[in-house]
Design a protein around this ligand. Sequence first.
Ligand SMILES: [Zn+2]
Length: 113
Amino acid sequence: MCALHWDDLKQGLMDRDMWSLVASSDRAAVDRYFAEADDPRMFDPLMAAYWQIQSAALEVCGMELRGGSNVRERDCSLCEVIEHGEDADEWIRGCLDVQLAQARKLGLMPRVQ
Ligand SMILES: [Zn+2]
Protein backbone atom coordinates (compact mmCIF):
# COMPACT_ATOMS: atom_id res chain seq x y z
CA MET A 1 0.00 0.00 0.00
CA CYS A 2 1.36 3.45 -0.85
CA ALA A 3 2.31 5.91 1.88
CA LEU A 4 -0.64 8.20 1.08
CA HIS A 5 -3.26 5.48 1.49
CA TRP A 6 -1.49 3.93 4.49
CA ASP A 7 -1.56 7.37 6.16
CA ASP A 8 -5.26 7.73 5.27
CA LEU A 9 -5.99 4.41 6.97
CA LYS A 10 -4.03 5.38 10.09
CA GLN A 11 -5.66 8.82 10.25
CA GLY A 12 -9.11 7.24 9.91
CA LEU A 13 -8.39 5.04 12.92
CA MET A 14 -7.19 8.07 14.92
CA ASP A 15 -10.34 9.97 13.91
CA ARG A 16 -12.41 7.07 15.33
CA ASP A 17 -10.35 7.05 18.58
CA MET A 18 -9.17 3.52 17.72
CA TRP A 19 -5.43 4.15 17.57
CA SER A 20 -4.86 2.58 21.02
CA LEU A 21 -6.05 -0.76 19.56
CA VAL A 22 -3.29 -0.80 16.91
CA ALA A 23 -0.17 -2.86 17.63
CA SER A 24 2.78 -0.69 18.65
CA SER A 25 5.33 -2.36 16.34
CA ASP A 26 5.55 -4.68 13.35
CA ARG A 27 6.62 -7.49 15.68
CA ALA A 28 3.65 -6.85 18.00
CA ALA A 29 1.31 -6.87 14.98
CA VAL A 30 2.59 -10.33 13.98
CA ASP A 31 2.26 -11.62 17.56
CA ARG A 32 -1.28 -10.29 17.80
CA TYR A 33 -2.20 -11.75 14.42
CA PHE A 34 -1.42 -15.26 15.71
CA ALA A 35 -2.86 -14.62 19.19
CA GLU A 36 -6.16 -13.43 17.71
CA ALA A 37 -7.04 -17.04 16.76
CA ASP A 38 -7.28 -17.85 20.49
CA ASP A 39 -8.40 -14.45 21.75
CA PRO A 40 -10.50 -12.29 19.39
CA ARG A 41 -9.80 -9.32 21.67
CA MET A 42 -6.25 -9.23 20.24
CA PHE A 43 -7.94 -7.69 17.20
CA ASP A 44 -5.77 -5.08 15.45
CA PRO A 45 -8.00 -2.76 13.39
CA LEU A 46 -5.16 -1.52 11.18
CA MET A 47 -4.16 -5.01 10.05
CA ALA A 48 -7.80 -6.08 9.81
CA ALA A 49 -8.53 -3.07 7.58
CA TYR A 50 -5.48 -3.79 5.47
CA TRP A 51 -6.47 -7.41 4.83
CA GLN A 52 -10.11 -6.49 4.20
CA ILE A 53 -9.05 -3.97 1.55
CA GLN A 54 -6.60 -6.43 -0.02
CA SER A 55 -9.32 -9.05 -0.25
CA ALA A 56 -11.91 -6.67 -1.72
CA ALA A 57 -9.37 -5.24 -4.17
CA LEU A 58 -8.54 -8.73 -5.39
CA GLU A 59 -12.22 -9.24 -6.21
CA VAL A 60 -12.37 -5.96 -8.16
CA CYS A 61 -8.99 -6.10 -9.90
CA GLY A 62 -8.29 -9.82 -10.13
CA MET A 63 -4.75 -10.71 -11.03
CA GLU A 64 -4.05 -7.17 -12.20
CA LEU A 65 -3.61 -6.39 -8.51
CA ARG A 66 -0.28 -8.18 -8.52
CA GLY A 67 0.76 -6.98 -11.92
CA GLY A 68 -0.67 -9.86 -13.91
CA SER A 69 0.86 -9.68 -17.35
CA ASN A 70 1.31 -5.94 -16.90
CA VAL A 71 4.12 -5.53 -14.39
CA ARG A 72 3.82 -2.28 -12.46
CA GLU A 73 6.17 -0.54 -10.11
CA ARG A 74 3.31 0.49 -7.87
CA ASP A 75 2.04 -1.95 -5.28
CA CYS A 76 -1.03 -0.29 -3.78
CA SER A 77 -4.39 -1.99 -3.91
CA LEU A 78 -6.23 1.30 -3.34
CA CYS A 79 -4.42 3.06 -6.18
CA GLU A 80 -5.29 0.07 -8.32
CA VAL A 81 -9.03 0.16 -7.49
CA ILE A 82 -9.08 3.88 -8.38
CA GLU A 83 -8.01 2.82 -11.87
CA HIS A 84 -11.04 0.52 -11.88
CA GLY A 85 -13.36 3.47 -11.20
CA GLU A 86 -13.71 2.93 -7.46
CA ASP A 87 -13.62 5.62 -4.77
CA ALA A 88 -10.67 4.76 -2.50
CA ASP A 89 -11.77 7.26 0.15
CA GLU A 90 -15.15 5.53 0.32
CA TRP A 91 -13.42 2.16 0.59
CA ILE A 92 -11.33 3.41 3.52
CA ARG A 93 -14.34 4.97 5.25
CA GLY A 94 -16.51 1.88 4.83
CA CYS A 95 -13.73 -0.49 5.86
CA LEU A 96 -12.90 1.49 9.00
CA ASP A 97 -16.57 1.66 9.96
CA VAL A 98 -16.59 -2.15 9.80
CA GLN A 99 -13.52 -2.25 12.08
CA LEU A 100 -15.22 0.11 14.54
CA ALA A 101 -18.32 -2.10 14.60
CA GLN A 102 -16.10 -5.14 15.23
CA ALA A 103 -14.24 -3.37 18.05
CA ARG A 104 -17.57 -2.46 19.65
CA LYS A 105 -18.81 -6.03 19.28
CA LEU A 106 -15.67 -7.24 21.09
CA GLY A 107 -16.17 -4.67 23.84
CA LEU A 108 -12.97 -2.85 22.91
CA MET A 109 -14.74 0.42 22.11
CA PRO A 110 -17.70 2.13 23.75
CA ARG A 111 -21.04 1.79 21.97
CA VAL A 112 -21.43 5.55 21.89
CA GLN A 113 -18.54 7.94 21.35
ZN1 LIG B 1 -2.28 4.13 -2.94
